[in-house]
Design a protein around this ligand. Structure first.
Ligand code: SF4
Length: 430
């Protein structure tokens, strides 16, 4: 996978990194840990830090886009017992591969961001839950933790400030559902990774039943840079309600797939240009925010900007920023078949609409793809998807249903052709 940092516009997280300069000395030479040291030396009031983060409009980079400053303000300050900070590095959604690059190229940005978060919320213990299918970057992160501990940037009495914060890495086992925050907590506790009912939310009942704040890797890694430049300057990189820069993982039919860090609100057409433009055909469809986001037609995306509000207005979700590009040789039935099988396979099976519905969706798409579709199948897909949405414990149910509805709605002619003619509308499909 290529990481072309020199192509970025005003990058802040992956700037100038090449895989050989992730260590502590290089990070410090780039100005790393200066924000944490300043905060600890000056004993910056936590309310000031939260105010700056709120001003910056930094929204959670894991998919939900929840305002980070607001989330941090939920943590009860005066809670007498143990509180926890958790980083969600369990990226497993098809199309998403940015967090592993942060761990690989800039792990100390994440550690510094988590230490600042811990200071701000009065937390003394944190965990980074790393996806179980990622091995090399897990080792890099462990080495970075050891470097930070040796330099008294983690542990007891950090930089003689009286602030204690221990941070540990935890390797998952590769289940997609463990990226859901409460399933992640269950897994971290050593149990089967299955989502919990909410409420209660993790801010009041999180890890081991204690108040817990969970953020995504990219969110934490953005914090040192945000605070160094100030909330207003960070906001100004992007646009109102969508502050800062964002790493977009681009895959599919582009010439230079990889991670690109650009200002929020950058036109999709510009991001596509950075990724070397289309490969193998004209643009047909784009999934703009990871496989659970609704697919959009290519011409719609070419007029859309890459930020939460613009993508939402276009009819999809920015999600984690994973852009999957498809050219006009792709069969949308076959593409949906792959996605449907993924969600069927990854359902944890706790709730009936998701456990049964994801399998039902996959079986109907499968028979359409293989020339056994029935005229009523498109309405059936819509009906089954509608009966999953909003009726499950976690968002995986909706994540399985949304692609089905959007694929059928936006490319109905291809599905109808498969059913009527028992063949693909895209003759050059490979
Ligand atoms: Fe499990 Fe699916 Fe229910 Fe989520 S929606 S809890 S993945 S069965």
């Amino acid at each position: 996978m290529t990481c072309l940092h020199d192509r970025h516009i005003d990058p802040v997280i992956l700037a100038g990194l090449n895989g050989s300069n992730w260590g502590l000395d290089d990070y410090v030479a780039r100005g790393g840990y200066s924000v944490l040291k300043k905060i600890l030396a000056e004993q910056t009031p936590p309310d000031d830090i939260i105010a700056d983060i709120k001003l910056s409009a930094l929204r959670g980079r894991g998919g939900a886009g929840f305002p980070t400053g607001l989330k941090w303000s939920f943590m009860p300050r005066m809670y007498p017992g143990q509180k926890y900070l958790v980083c969600n590095s369990d990226e497993g959604e098809p199309g998403t591969f940015k967090d592993r690059d942060i761990l690989r190229y800039n792990p100390h940005a994440l550690i510094e961001g988590m230490a600042i978060a811990a200071y701000t919320m009065g937390i003394s213990r944190g965990y980074n839950y790393i996806h179980g299918e990622i091995f090399e970057v897990y080792d890099i992160f462990e080495q970075a933790l050891a470097q930070a501990r040796a330099a008294n940037l983690l542990g007891d009495n950090i930089q003689n400030s009286g602030f204690n914060f221990d941070l540990f890495a935890h390797h998952g086992y590769g289940a997609y559902i463990c990226g859901e925050e409460t399933a992640l907590l269950e897994s971290l506790e050593g149990k089967k990774g299955q989502p919990r009912f909410k409420p209660p939310f993790p801010a009041s009942f999180g890890l081991y039943g204690k108040p817990t704040t969970i953020n995504n890797t990219e969110t934490f890694a953005a914090v040192p840079f945000l605070l160094k430049m100030g909330g207003q300057a960070y906001l100004d990189i992007g646009k109102p309600n969508n502050g800062g820069s964002k790493i977009f993982s681009i895959s599919g039919d582009v010439n230079l797939p990889g991670n690109y860090e650009v200002p929020m609100g950058t036109p999709f057409a510009k991001v596509l240009e950075l990724a070397g433009g289309m490969r193998g055909g004209a643009i047909k469809a784009v999934i703009p925010g990871g496989s659970s986001a609704p697919v959009l037609r290519g011409e719609v995306m070419m007029d859309t900007n890459m930020d939460y509000d613009s993508i939402s207005k276009a009819g999809s979700m920015l999600g984690s920023g994973a852009i999957i590009v498809m050219n006009d040789t792709r069969c949308m039935v076959k593409s949906l078949l792959r996605l449907s099988y993924f969600y069927y396979e990854e359902s944890c099976g706790q709730c009936t609409p998701c456990r049964e519905g994801t399998g039902w969706l996959w079986r109907v798409v499968n028979r359409i793809e293989h020339g056994k579709g029935r005229p009523e199948d498109l309405d059936l897909l819509d009906s089954v998807a509608g009966n999953i949405m909003g009726r499950t414990i976690c968002a995986l149910g909706d994540a399985a249903a949304l692609p089905v509805r959007s694929f059928v709605k936006n490319f109905r002619d291809e599905f109808a052709h498969h059913i009527e003619h028992k063949s693909c509308l895209v003759p050059t499909y490979r």
